[in-house]
Each structure stands twice: as C-alpha cells, then as structure tokens.
Design a protein around this ligand. Structure first.
Ligand SMILES: [Zn+2]
Length: 253
C-alpha cells in the first residue's frame, strides 16, 4: 500500500513536469528554465500554486495574476499520471519491471498529448526513449530481443509507408510513428510488434472512421497514429503475453 501511495504522489509531481514537456518540447524550448509561468501574462507560478491538481482546483482554473483560464490539460495529465503510476505499482508490485513500466508509461503519456496537439512525435523524446528502452531490456535480461525490436519496429513501418506512398502517391504516416514503434520494440522486445501493429491499426481504423463519419471530414484528414501505438503498447505491457497464449491455444483448438 505504501508503494502504491508513493507512486501516486510521485506520478502527480512528474505529471506536473510532463505538462511543461508537452507545452515546450514541440517548440524546441528548454524544459528547465525559465521556471513555470503563466502562458498569458508571463507571471511566474509560485510553488503553492503549482501543487498538482490541488492548485488548479483552489484557483478554479484561473491564473492568480491575470485570471486567464488555465488549460484543463494541466490537472488532467497530472491526475492521469498519478493514477497510472499507482495502477502500475499495484499491478507489478515491488519488482524491477515496475521501474521500466513507469518510465515507459510516462514517455507514452507525454508523446500522446504532444501528438494529439501538434501531430508531432519529437525526436528529443523518441530517440532517448529507444536508448532507455534498450537499457532497461539489458538490465531485465531481454537485451537482444529489444535491439531486434527497435530495428524491426522502425523497419516495418518504414516499409508500410513506402508501399502506401507507391500505391497512393501520398504520405500516410509520419517518421515520428516509425521511431515511436522502434521505442515500443525497444521497451517490450520484438515479440510485441505483431500485437501492437494489429491492435493499433484495428483500433485506429475503427476510431478513425467513426471520427471521419461524425465530423464529416474528408478521408484525407490526417489523424495522429501515435496514440493508438501507445495504447497498444500499454495493453501489451499488461496483457500481451497472456493474450498471445490465449490466441495460440484458440488456434491450436
Ligand atoms: Zn496569467
């Protein structure tokens, strides 16, 4: 229980920093300096106004200086981060794999939010993510699977994109997606890739067509694919090996 609570609190605090990353990384700004400030009036945010979720509630979602509304994204990401860290602590318990899972989900939340807002998956996150994933894999004993996973993750999507370009004459995916799948392969090993590609394209196709149907936009509308890859990666982390065993049994009859 102590582990779950401390993970929840740490997750909230890191969620606060993650907001800074989501806000500044796509613009190529430093995440360290200057300190937190209101994007509207530039007033620095005092430590007591920077307490995850709580400050937003106390301030009723407005800057203390200029009363400009603060994006709901801030408390939402903090809460999501705290909740997912706590859930992982509950799921994995005090094991080395918990450290990997927490770093993994933190990177994925930040990448997902950036992708949803800007359609970008910045290299400054995915490339170090690949290296960190490989590092964890060697520590946890599946280093070679991880190296193959990173290479194949990039290669498979690159190939799919080349074929798509040849067939349709337009780009369907960004290079950021290749690097994200390489990162997922690095963290989870190459065995995760078929599951991730299948689940993310299924879910992506369903949500994508619903979105196009409801918003009546053209089929050419670009839809960020990163969030589906990220979601499939988390599903694999939690239930992937079981799901694949279940499927293998089903096929074997
Ligand atoms: Zn302000």
């Amino acid at each position: 229980m102590a582990l779950i609570i401390s993970c929840a609190v740490l997750g909230l605090l890191v969620g606060s920093f993650a907001n800074v990353c989501v806000h500044r990384l796509p613009a190529g700004k430093s995440v360290v300096s200057p300190g937190s400030h209101c994007p509207n009036c530039g007033a620095p945010v005092a430590w007591y106004d920077n307490i995850p979720v709580l400050s937003y509630t106390v301030l009723r979602g407005r800057c203390r200086q200029c009363a400009n509304p603060i994006s709901l994204r801030y408390p939402v990401l903090e809460a999501l981060m705290g909740a997912s860290w706590a859930a992982l602590a509950w799921y994995f318990g005090p094991q080395p794999v918990l450290a990997m899972a927490i770093v993994f989900i933190t990177l994925l939340w930040i990448l997902t939010l950036i992708d949803l807002e800007t359609f970008l998956l910045p290299d400054v996150l995915t490339l170090p993510g690949i290296v960190i994933g490989i590092g964890f894999a060697f520590w946890l004993g599946y280093g070679v699977d991880s190296l193959i996973g990173a290479a194949c993750g990039y290669g498979v999507l690159w190939l799919v994109a080349r074929l798509f370009l040849l067939l349709t004459g337009r780009e369907g995916m960004g290079y950021g997606d290749f690097k994200l799948l390489a990162m997922l392969g690095a963290f989870l090993g190459w065995q995760a890739l078929p599951f991730i590609i299948l689940v993310s394209s299924l879910v992506g196709a369903i949500i994508g067509s619903l979105y196009l149907l409801l918003s009546k936009k053209e089929a050419r509308t670009e839809i960020p694919f990163g969030p589906y890859l990220a979601a499939a990666g988390v599903l694999y982390l939690l239930w992937g090996p079981q799901a694949m065993r279940w499927y293998a049994n089903l096929v074997a009859g």
